[in-house]
Design a protein around this ligand. Structure first.
Ligand code: SF4
Ligand code: SF4
Length: 293
């Protein structure tokens, strides 16, 4: 079976992305799929709060190489500063000053390549970790988690997704927003589920996400959460742009109470379990349609 990767994303936080990701995973747990859910929201991963029955199997450190400059060998030529695209080297010709600004460094290694005087070596810097939680059926929750004080989550996201490469179905719970962490999460996805709310802010973020995904040539469908609490603008936009509405989730007290207690609605209600199974069927159907176009 070829691997299918589905990302669940939203243009902003608080739209219910975790609710959708964890319940979709949970509803498919007994379907015989060899599946992993990757929590790519490395800044604040919280899928584990809902999927507590998985047992921790391993914790892997994620590091990056940070340059270390030996000032006794440095000729202050400034070449490393020229090569650095992230302004992570503070360099002055007069008075001769050179420092690595570690919080800006992306560990790309360009400065080491640039230095012809052997003045740059590298050290490992801990960025975060990847926790793997295994369920009795072999499925996994893979959680990327940044260290406190680390500002760049890209490497952790990349390695968390790589950790899921042996599964047939990979669900990616994307970080909120449309910045680099979102792009890093979705760029190899076969399909993206965008979760939105029927508000002007929700619509504006949705439009931005759709534009980026179209640029990247990745098909998407939409879930409107708390669908009965806003306007029809999001629906009209989907019709106009020919984007499938995969599911509407009304505001429901039972869902809100379950979520606040860290419980899964797909464990509490067979009706919701069926709705999430139906969601997966809709995603597959739309994905197949796009593939055969
Ligand atoms: S490793 Fe890359 S980002 Fe870091 S200082 Fe060197 S050139 Fe800049
Ligand atoms: S390239 Fe090497 S020698 Fe030149 S300023 Fe950077 S560290 Fe110093």
């Amino acid at each position: 079976m070829t691997r299918t990767t589905i990302a669940i994303a939203s243009g902003k936080g608080g739209t219910g992305k975790t609710f959708i990701s964890t319940n979709l995973f949970n509803s498919l747990q007994n379907s015989g799929l060899n599946m992993a859910l990757v929590d790519c929201d490395a800044e604040a991963p919280n899928d584990r709060e809902f999927l507590r029955e998985g047992v921790l199997q391993s914790t892997q450190a994620v590091t990056q190489k940070i340059p270390v400059i030996d000032k006794s060998k440095c000729t202050y030529c400034g070449k490393c500063d020229e090569y650095c695209n992230f302004n992570a080297i503070f360099f002055l010709e007069e008075p001769q000053t050179i420092e690595v600004l570690e919080e800006l460094c992306h560990g790309c290694g360009a400065c080491s390549v640039a230095c012809e005087y052997g003045a740059i070596t590298e050290k490992d810097d801990l960025l975060g970790k990847i926790n793997r939680y295994k369920f009795p059926n072999g499925n996994e929750l893979i959680e990327g988690k940044m260290e406190v004080g680390v500002h760049v989550s890209i490497q952790i996201i990349k390695e968390s997704i790589k950790a899921a490469e042996n599964f047939d179905l990979v669900l990616l719970d994307s970080p909120p927003g449309t910045g680099c962490p979102f792009i890093q999460t979705v760029y190899k996805a076969d399909y993206v589920v965008l979760v939105t709310e029927p508000t002007p802010f929700g619509l504006s973020d949705l439009k931005q996400s759709v534009e980026i995904l179209r640029e990247m040539d990745i098909p998407c469908g939409v879930i409107i959460n708390r669908a009965d609490l806003g306007t029809d603008e999001a629906l009209n936009y989907l019709k106009q742009e020919n984007i499938p509405l995969l599911m509407s989730v009304p505001f429901d007290r039972e869902i809100a109470v379950a979520y606040s207690k860290g419980e899964m609605i797909t464990n509490l209600s067979s009706e919701w379990r069926e709705k999430f199974s139906q969601l997966y069927r809709c995603i597959k159907e739309d994905f197949q349609k796009v593939k055969t176009k």
